[in-house]
Design a protein around this ligand. Sequence first.
Ligand code: IFM
Length: 495
Amino acid sequence: MFPAGFAWGAGSSSYQIEGAVTQDGRQDSIWDALCRRSGAIHGAETGAVACDHYNRFAEDVALMKRIGLRAYRFSIAWPRVVSAGSGVVNEKGLAFYDRLVDALLNAGIEPWITLYHWDMPQTVFERGGLLNRDIAQWFADYSVAVVDRLSDRVNHWITINEPQVFISLGYGDGKHAPGLRLSIPEQLLAAHNCLLMHGRAAQIIRSRAKKRPLIGWAPVGRVEYPLVETPEEIEAARTATFAFRDKNFWSNNWFGDPAILGHYPEDGLRLFGSDMPKIDPRDMDVIKQPLDFFGLNIYSGTQIRRGPAGQPEVVPYPPGFPTTTMRWAVAPKSLYWGPRFHYERYKLPIVITENGMAGTDWVQSDGRVHDAHRIDFTRQYLLELARASSDGVPVRGYFHWSVMDNFEWAEGYKERFGLVHIDYATQKRTLKDSAYWYAEVIRTNGDHLSDESPYLNIDAPREAGASAPDVEPEADGHAKRMIETKSSVGRGNAL
Ligand code: IFM
């Protein structure tokens, strides 16, 4: 179902899991500052401790190895490495990522590094942040420090994560850091400067990396997919996926077109009109850099039909349509149409840099986390990704979001996205059922997806009157039990 060498992975980001916010010289990020603002974060929670991954990374890498991850996507904390945002490099901060990369490589896991996943140093913000075009140079300097240190061992690089989110929520409606509510012209300037950051980082990686780099980025993949798959309906959905309807930044191509094609989309320019800042035409030479893959973070999608005049129309989901606890519609087809539409437009290999779901997961009375919903969600989405792959879309990797439960930004800790459950009071890690299931998917390079209900058969022998295998407290025991159980009903694959 998937090509050989497919990057089966899972992801995380620094502020969401590391904790240790004052350890070894790290200074404030804009998220530390926002977390102190009353009412900003659910339950006044913060990333100060999070999963304490900074101190527990060895245990976490061991868990990743047990899942069999081939690749792990994580981000570097800019305020850990260049604590003041620019200038002196913080050796201790950088050394942490050295240790992490070595641990991953020793475990046979390929590190995929994201340079910016939202934790801008507070000092950079105080000097204007994304409204100051110098940020591109400061980001380039920080990128030099990271690339010079890690590129002898790392060759997969992602410049920035989800500009659509940090511009819209951070600079538009103030729900995310830095918590600003700026005018559209100011947001346009911030978005332009973030594209410059992307371009400068890509230049730095390309020119300095010691191992031949593979460079991409990880924007939001907003997917509008056809309700009915006829050529006309597909065309309507494609138009909707790349069209500008409103003055906002939830757009694929406001970011994608400059980065890949070297210009802003015409309809967007028309819509924003005089709100557009004056752009130096030479900026596009910086922003448009050769990329090796187009990352897409896809969680959901919108159904589209062709209206009477051929225009796309949204088909609302009916009441009670399945959603995750984030209230995002479960829309597996987004993992077919998102990659396909983006490949057709930008002609770059696709990597799904994020996909997953938030659920109400807890450690149940048998000591396990039975997250059948996550298995079903991921299976349905991956089957659509496999369809894209067999229809000729060059899909090179899939990163489940997230490797472990973590700090979900303004939602605090109430949303759980992980394959690994975290008990935040004790920092105990528990592999969820989805982790064992995903291990099988990885081990079989996707063939396990054709087993229609592997997670429903866990107790099948008991139902059939057979004696249930012993319940072993160890996670590996659980995996073994799941496999034995499946084999005993004649549906298992050989292990
Ligand atoms: O947790 C976030 C991640 O940081 C960015 N993409 C979406 C995820 C779920 O909201």
